[in-house]
Design a protein around this ligand. Structure first.
Ligand SMILES: [Zn+2]
Length: 225
């Protein structure tokens, strides 16, 4: 059996760093990690303040959404997290935030195009907007699942927030910061009213190939376990 406490600590420490950065506020947003070799995840509980939380408060949930270990109710967004893990074998960690600049695009319902090399290399060719579904609803989980084949690591949840994926928790966390930087620049660039320059197609496909190769390497590593 996997060492659940290790993964509980990994998830909790990530919530603390995200809270310090302002990406998570109070109990808003959530973080999860795939348990290696098992169809289970470690995920933050619902409506608990991250700064007063203990590692044992993090929930272990199976791929059917059943609570395996933990005293509290798992995040209401557990279904959305599971929809990602089931559809993307390259993903080992997920960060869901209500971060400010990405949330501006969530209410504008505007995707973010490819603007920077580092953005495409880590987040993918665009930051797509996922259709609205009430928090915790099967609709939202289905809307998320239907976007997973674009192989990107960052999404905007319409009228809600942001969803970041990673081959590791450091990766998902870094992607949250990178999305916020990209969204901030794009917002101010749009506000200038001047034309926006996007990356050439040749750069997008070159960086996307590198991203997909790293995802495939991680996927085969998982399958070999
Ligand atoms: Zn949320």
């Amino acid at each position: 059996m996997a060492d659940y406490l290790t993964w509980k600590k990994v998830v909790l420490e990530c919530t603390h760093r995200l809270t310090q950065r302002g990406a998570l506020v109070g109990s808003g947003g959530n973080v999860s990690h795939r348990i290696p070799g098992e169809d289970k995840i470690a995920i933050t509980p619902s409506s608990k303040d991250y700064l007063t939380m203990k590692p044992k408060d993090i929930c272990i949930v199976d791929f059917n959404g059943e609570l395996i270990e933990g005293e509290f109710r798992p995040s209401v967004e557990t279904g959305m997290h599971l929809a990602v893990y089931k559809n993307r074998l390259d993903v080992n960690a997920i960060v869901h935030t209500h971060q400010i600049y990405a949330s501006i695009f969530a209410v504008l319902d505007i995707p973010i195009p490819a603007l920077f090399d580092e953005q495409v290399l880590h987040l993918g060719s665009e930051v797509a907007v996922i259709s609205y579904g009430i928090s915790g609803s099967p609709d939202l989980a289905n809307n998320v699942a239907s976007k997973m084949d674009n192989k990107c690591n960052a999404y905007i949840l319409k009228n809600h927030g942001a969803l970041l994926l990673g081959i590791s928790i450091e990766n998902a966390e870094r992607n949250s910061a990178l999305l916020e930087k990209t969204a901030t620049v794009y917002y101010h660039a749009l506000a200038s009213g001047k034309p926006i320059s996007t990356l050439p197609e040749s750069s997008i496909s070159a960086f996307m190939s590198i991203l997909i190769a790293s995802q495939q390497a991680k996927t085969s590593e998982l399958k070999e376990r």
